[in-house]
Structure formats: C-alpha cells, structure tokens
Design a protein around this ligand. Structure first.
Ligand code: FAD
Length: 320
C-alpha cells in the first residue's frame, strides 16, 4: 500500500498514529536486535517504519611500505534486505531510504528493481550526507547531485523509462516517493524561502509526501507546514520527533542536524543527574510535543529511534 493512502486513511479515521525510523544492523550483527526493537511497538499499531541508508565511511590502511591506502567501507549495509525482512515478519509497511551519495544512476536503478521484486512500493529519496571529513557534497561521477534528480529517476522508472531508454514492459514499477523537509532549514540552504523552493521542486518532480527533520519545537514544525501550504506544497507532511536521550546530545544534535534546542529542554536536561534521567525527560518532552501536534490536527508522527525503543513504548502508551 502507498504511504500516502495510509496517511490519508489515518487522517480520515481521526485517530492519531505513529511511525518510526530504524537503522540497519551494523555489519556483523544479525536481525535479532532490530526485531527486539520492533517487537514491543507492535501492540501500538505503528503505520509504517522507515530504514535509513548508510553510505561508505573512509578508512586509511597502512601498507607494508608505510604508505596509507584509502579504503571505503560501509558499516551499515543491508537497508533493502532488512526492510524486506521486517515487512515479511510483521506485515508492516516499510520505507527504505535511498540516497544519491556514493551511487551511480545504475546502482540506484538496480536497487529499485530489487525493491520492486520484493514488493516494496515506498521509498524515501534523499541526497545523503557528505562523506566524512568533506564539507561539500560530491556526487558519484554518474550519479545525482540533488534529491530532486533522484525523485525524477524513480518517477521516470514508474513511467517505464529506464536509464538507457524506454523498455518494452510487461510490468511497471509503482513507487510512492517521499522526500525530506526541514522545519529549521537545511544547513546548506541560504535561507528558508530558497529551501522551500527546492522542496517544492522535489514535490513537482514527483514526491508524494514529506517526512521532516527532527525539531524539538512544535511551533516551528507547524509554521513550516503553514509555509509549505502557502508555497503550494500540498502533499502530506509527517513531522519527525526525536526523543532526547543523552546529555551528549546537547552538543551533538545541533552540530549534526543543525537544529535548535529550546531553552526549557536544555535546562531540564542539564538538571538531570544521569542519562537514565535524561531519557525520562526526553520521553516527557516528546509526549508534550506529540500532544501539541495532535491537537493541531497532525494525523501521523514519525519518531527517530536510533534502534532503541524502550522510550518509544512509553511515548506510544501515552499518545496512541
Ligand atoms: P536535497 O533535497 O538535495 O537538498 C540538499 C540541499 O541542497 C538543501 O540545502 C537544498 O535547499 C539544496 N538544493 C536542492 N536542490 C538544489 C538545486 N537544484 N540547486 C541548488 N541547491 C539545491 N542521510 C543519509 O545519508 N541516509 C539516510 O537514510 C537519511 N535519512 C534521512 C531522513 C530524513 C527524514 C531526513 C530529514 C534526512 C535524512 N538524511 C539521511 C539526511 C539527508 O541526506 C541530509 O540532510 C542531506 O544533507 C540532504 O538531503 P536532502 O534529500 O534533503 O537533499
């Protein structure tokens, strides 16, 4: 089923629902931990889960002659496989993320064919982060520079147009394409208006829904949705919420995700004696945020779990 239909159905039923993001297992890990994270959430009937895509890390290996050799390794491969495994085990709709970074258009086409054969009809199309240590995004020589180009490729494939031209088909792909939106602006965008214009380009290229970057401020999320509507972006927008969980996130989250932390949240976290207390405070903040967004008529909330869902269970019990 397409995510857009699932979201619209949730809206029509008038009962708030949730979805969550997972990471694929680290290389060498099996599926066990992933399933253990999902198991306790199933009684709250999540409407979908998404699985991140991780590009390669750069690693330098010293050779016998003392010279350093540059290697790239992927620490979390398996997005497609774990997505299919989750779908098979739980019957849950899964959205694998797909990124431009490190991939040619042919790699992407192959991945889409795999997803199609596995019966996965939803994807989240992203540019991807920069390679570690690089300050600007570099695309694969035969890849895409912006997520909008990836959306175009998937959309063309849905119309039966593959990279090397039209294919005489007896089967069409039917992907429902989602993209990322940024309530607090993407870090590289010169201003909010320009970022919104780029978001509209992705929707015009074929994106049918938006999942937002985390924001700890519901007013910012709601104002972003208003701005999208005013800019003519009329697809469903699913706000992303991150349950705060460690003191280190006070510096890490603004640095990595370029989001502001409300003063009240910072003060609460600073008063905590340990990370167990921070995790509880994070649950309370996420519940309060969830209540504000649900009261404003948002039908579906998306939670960033990082693969640990004990806190998510408490949030789900309070809200859904
Ligand atoms: P784009 O839409 O391409 O935008 C990137 C920047 O370029 C923006 O500043 C935009 O304004 C600008 N821009 C867009 N088009 C143009 C153009 N034509 N000309 C000039 N500027 C332009 N990263 C991963 O590596 N793996 C994941 O699984 C992953 N999942 C994510 C899930 C969500 C919900 C979100 C919000 C982010 C996720 N990310 C992930 C991070 C994401 O890849 C980064 O934020 C990345 O820097 C931007 O991706 P994008 O798809 O928004 O890019």
């Amino acid at each position: 089923m397409h995510i857009t239909d699932i979201i619209r159905k949730a809206g029509a039923e008038g009962k708030p629902r949730f979805s969550f993001e997972l990471l694929p297992p680290l290389k060498g890990d099996g599926t066990q931990r992933t399933f253990e994270a999902i198991d306790p959430l199933m009684e709250f009937s999540p409407i979908f889960c998404s699985v991140t895509y991780h590009r390669e890390d750069v690693k330098y290996v010293e050779k016998e002659n003392g010279l350093l050799e540059r290697h790239t390794v992927r620490r979390r491969p398996g997005t497609v496989g774990i997505s299919a495994a989750i779908m098979q085990r739980y019957g849950l709709t899964v959205i694998p993320h797909l990124i431009c970074g490190g991939q040619s258009r042919y790699d992407i086409e192959d991945a889409l064919i795999d997803l199609d054969f596995l019966g996965i009809q939803n994807v989240l199309a992203l540019r991807g982060d920069n390679l570690k240590g690089e300050h600007t995004f570099r695309n694969h020589p035969d890849g895409h520079l912006h997520a909008s180009e990836l959306v175009e490729q998937i959309e063309r494939m849905n119309r039966g147009v593959f990279i090397d031209g039209e294919v005489e088909q007896c089967h069409n792909t039917n992907f429902c394409i989602g993209v990322a939106g940024y309530p607090e602006k993407h870090a590289e965008a010169p201003n909010k208006a320009e970022d919104l214009r780029r978001l509209k380009e992705k929707v015009d290229a074929g994106a049918a829904y938006i999942i937002t970057q985390m924001s700890f401020d519901s007013a910012k999320i709601l104002s972003f949705i208003d701005d999208c509507r005013a800019a003519g972006i009329d697809v469903p927008i699913v706000p992303g919420i991150k349950p705060f969980s460690t003191k280190a996130q006070l510096t890490m989250l603004p640095q990595i995700f370029h989001v502001d932390l409300p003063e009240a949240l910072v003060e609460t976290v600073k008063r905590c004696n340990n990370n167990a207390e921070v995790r509880e405070a994070g649950v309370e903040w996420a519940i309060a945020q969830g209540r504000e967004l649900i009261a404003a008529g948002i039908p579906v909330l998306h939670f960033y779990t990082m693969g640990k869902t004990d806190n998510m269970v408490k949030i789900a019990r309070a809200l859904f």
